[in-house]
Design a protein around this ligand. Structure first.
Ligand code: SF4
Length: 432
């Protein structure tokens, strides 16, 4: 029997058009019905040089289903190359052309001598969600555009983190990861956001190593790059938020990169002194705020559920109630991710559930005894259950309808302080 998924928390794989859009001067060419693009185009912060409203689309219809949409795709790519000034064209396929069996790869190959690179990625919604779609776009760039090289740039590190636009903090987070690496004396290289784009894509095969900061998204990409370019990778599953995790992150990355130990420790010392100066100034607020229960619940993708749980336990001394991971994490990663939730300070372990159905998540939250007003961090959907449980609510994961995030971030020492500000700005409203 068909199931209804209550409270959608991700989009279909073709929403990877946002991943392409996050690469400056790259444009998706959509081989799909017009409804797909329209449905997937409501991300916050997606206007600009190329916005979803001008993405070339074959807008396939009934006739193309019967006779095939290859001719239309050929014309659409041809015209896009003529009228759109981009550095990279990425053909994305929706469900219909995939079901009728259009030979997209063959059509795209006809443009292999075009002035600008044209690649394709198979992204029908029936194959997966936009976390997977994001991976497939990066995979297509590696497989179809990049070439192996013997050239290596010492200290150059490719940074990969979670999914642009699905993670509303993507831009700020990746910039802060870059800043941390710069402070270690490394040369960060990322392909997403302001002034990155094709030049940085071209540097990928020359890196000393790939750094993946994500519980699971992108793991298959760094493995592919290891195979194709011989680039080793460091998988750091936890988004480093606050002092405890960021210091651990700096040590791990620094040691992997061969940075001098003294340099690593002096950077950590400087940053922790600065961080704890602020914690000390507001310690009375954190310790005396009895309006908030010490127990919290997060309902978010694996990245935020893990990163924020570690921060709240290790830095703020709170206790996890049940946590919910809502990104439909592939089964093969689940045991590892569960084990990360057991690696908390003070021998604390967090109970975690992989679940996508909002009704069931909310039912479970309502059955938990938080011994006070709970802290609930999640998507906009959790506002409803926070209201029912008289909880404190912060909207961090998609959909984010409660706030605007431009270049804000939660990564690093400053990111941890921002998260504290956001949480206690909510908590303090109860005093009024
Ligand atoms: S699930 Fe398929 S038909 Fe629906 S928006 Fe995604 S690609 Fe289009």
């Amino acid at each position: 029997m068909a199931k209804i998924l209550d409270k959608q928390r991700y989009k279909c794989a073709m929403s990877a058009m946002s991943t392409v859009q996050a690469i400056e001067r790259a444009i998706p060419i959509l081989h799909s019905g017009p409804g797909c693009a329209q449905k997937l185009s409501n991300s916050s912060g997606s206007s600009g040089f190329f916005s979803p409203n001008i993405f070339p689309c074959t807008s396939i219809n009934e006739k193309d289903v019967v006779f095939g949409g290859e001719k239309k795709l050929r014309t659409t790519i041809d015209n896009a190359l003529k009228v759109i000034d981009a550095d990279l064209y990425v053909v994305l396929t929706g469900c219909t052309p995939e079901i009728v069996g259009d030979l997209v790869e063959d059509v795209v190959k006809e443009f292999s001598n075009a002035e600008k690179p044209v690649i394709f990625s198979s992204t029908p919604g029936f194959k997966g969600n936009n976390y997977k779609g994001h991976e497939w776009v990066v995979k297509s760039i590696v497989e179809q555009y990049l070439k192996p090289t013997d050239e290596r740039i010492e200290g150059l590190v490719n940074i990969w983190a979670d999914v642009p636009y699905q993670d509303e903090f993507w831009h700020g987070n990746i910039r802060e990861l870059e800043n941390i690496l710069k402070q270690l004396g490394l040369i960060p290289n990322s392909i997403f956001g302001y002034k990155r784009g094709i030049n940085n894509i071209n540097k990928i095969p020359k890196a000393q190593f790939n750094l993946l900061v994500s519980p699971w998204v992108g793991l298959e990409n760094v493995k592919l790059m290891e195979k194709k370019f011989g680039t080793p990778y460091l998988h750091y599953p936890t988004l480093p938020i606050g002092a405890f995790e960021t210091s651990k992150f700096i040590r791990t990355v620094g040691e992997f990169a061969g940075v001098d130990k003294e340099k690593i420790e002096s950077l950590i010392k400087e940053k922790e002194e600065y961080y704890y100066y602020y914690i000390e100034r507001y310690a009375d607020l954190f310790l005396e705020t009895r309006v908030m229960s010490k127990k919290f619940t997060i309902a978010a993708d694996a990245q935020y559920a893990l990163g924020i749980t570690k921060f709240l336990v290790n830095d703020l001394g709170l206790t996890p109630a049940k946590q919910f991971i809502v990104d439909d994490t592939p089964i093969e990663f689940r045991e590892d991710i569960k084990s990360y939730f057991k690696d908390l300070n003070y021998n604390i372990e967090a109970d975690v559930s992989f679940i996508t159905d909002g009704y069931k998540i909310h039912k479970e939250i309502q059955e938990i005894d938080y011994h006070g007003y709970p802290l609930i961090i999640g998507s906009y959907w959790e506002k409803e259950v926070a209201t029912k449980t008289n909880g404190h609510f912060l909207n961090v994961s998609w959909p984010v309808n409660e706030r605007l995030v431009v270049n804000g971030y939660y990564v690093g020492y400053d990111g941890g302080l921002r998260l504290i500000e956001d949480i206690y700005s909510v908590v303090k409203t109860r005093f009024n």
